[in-house]
Write a protein that binds this ligand. Structure first.
Ligand code: SF4
Length: 392
């Protein structure tokens, strides 16, 4: 009976999915067989895969030990995210996939798609080529065309056409997931003692690993119990903590959020592709669904992979810091992520100019020293608000 499950037990379900990412999807697949189509995070229209009848599956849970497997094929400066996903594929960890969609968001993803296709091909392998400059008038029409091309390729692979009504149903299912996860995020911001940094990020990431129908049930149960406990407990119980904004591509390794929890930090806003950026905005449910998916993609929060002169990333970050009450910013950078490396000096200097303290934490999937990261984050938390964590 879920009535008796605690918040921690419900959150542990998400952790289990992330720790053993192939178990649940394979169980679902055994019960109701359909092709499983993987995607690299996270600028891929999952709704299209879902509407085609296949299972979308995000390659977002990494086993660092396989990073070096990719060495024979990729330059050593390729980021560990790409090297680990590809290394896991080479090690046969994704053999249950029938297909893979790689979004072209940086030089690394552009480079890896051809190599992957040659060395470890699946039956369905597609690139999703996104416009880099998203505020150009031509970006929208181009993207609608690219979505149409991907839809046609999925239809051909699945042997069936995707009706607009089916795609709209998938969009609605995904919107429900995003809406509930945003609600959970807000609970976390208000009550990090109930929903920790790690809990909320696990909930978001696990959404990419199992069918949304199942994930929606899990998140809605969790929300119900959280709401109940929030009413039962005195609001004075709300934990203190140092509010920070985290910016970067992905929260890797996941231990970083645990370290933040242990250091008394509360992530109150972020723009990570496997964090808030994944759930930030919904897709319009009326009208032409391909146009709606294109608009959704073009309006996602800024990312270093895209240029949008109408929504500057720096302004976005400063606005978020102010709106969320964050006291500082953590740049969470994967080593060799060239897109972040280009943006960083400008963002860092501008944040300092705006009197917003910030720190850069460089991480890597695989060979990472948690001790170093922990020391850096703890020192930053102490600098921002030691008295709130340790008392005056
Ligand atoms: S982490 Fe950076 S370099 Fe690696 S795939 Fe993502 S955007 Fe590209």
């Amino acid at each position: 009976m879920t009535d008796h499950k605690t918040i921690k037990e419900l959150c542990a379900q998400f952790t289990r999915i992330i720790n053993e990412p192939n178990l649940e999807i394979q169980r679902v697949h055994a019960e109701k067989p359909a092709p499983i189509i993987g995607f690299l995070p996270t600028d891929v229209p999952e709704e299209l895969i879902h509407a085609s009848g296949a299972y979308p599956y995000g390659l977002v849970s990494y086993e660092g030990m396989w990073v070096n497997r990719a060495d024979a094929h990729l330059q050593t400066w390729a980021c560990s995210l790409a090297r680990c996903s590809f290394g896991m594929a080479l090690a046969g960890k994704f053999d249950y996939l029938s297909g893979l969609i790689i979004p072209h968001i940086c030089d690394t993803t552009r480079m890896i798609s051809g190599i992957w296709k040659q060395t470890r091909p699946y039956d369905f392998m597609e690139n999703f080529v996104l416009p880099r400059q998203v505020d150009r008038p031509s970006a929208r029409s181009y993207l609608i065309g690219e979505l149409g091309r991907l839809k046609a390729r999925l239809e051909s692979f699945m042997g069936r056409s995707i009706a607009d009504e089916e795609l709209q149903r998938s969009i609605s299912l995904y919107n429900k997931n995003r809406t509930m996860l945003r609600k959970l995020y807000q609970f976390h911001v208000r009550r990090p003692d109930l929903i920790s940094n790690l809990d909320v990020f696990n909930a978001i990431k696990s959404a990419m690993l199992i069918p949304k129908e199942l994930h929606n049930v899990m998140v809605s149960e969790l929300l119900r119990v959280v709401e109940q406990q929030t009413h039962e407990r005195n609001t004075d119980d709300a934990a203190r903590g140092v509010r920070v904004l985290v910016t970067g591509k992905v929260w890797e390794p996941p231990a970083i959020m645990e370290i933040l929890d242990e250091s008394g930090g509360v992530c109150v806003a972020d723009d990570l592709s496997t964090g808030y950026r994944y759930i930030a905005n919904d897709v319009t449910e009326n009208g032409n669904p391909l146009e709606a998916l294109a608009d959704h993609q073009l309006k996602r929060p800024p990312s270093p992979c895209f240029v949008n002169r109408g929504q500057d990333r720096l302004e976005y970050l400063v606005d978020k810091v102010k709106a969320s009450g964050a006291r500082g910013v953590i740049f969470l950078h994967l080593k060799f992520c060239e897109t972040e490396n280009y943006d960083y000096p400008l963002l860092r200097d501008a944040l300092f100019d705006a009197n917003i303290p910030n720190v850069r934490v460089e991480s890597e999937i695989g060979n990472v020293s948690h001790g170093q990261i922990s020391t850096r984050i703890q020192a930053f938390m102490e600098m921002l608000g030691g008295e709130e964590i340790y008392g005056s």
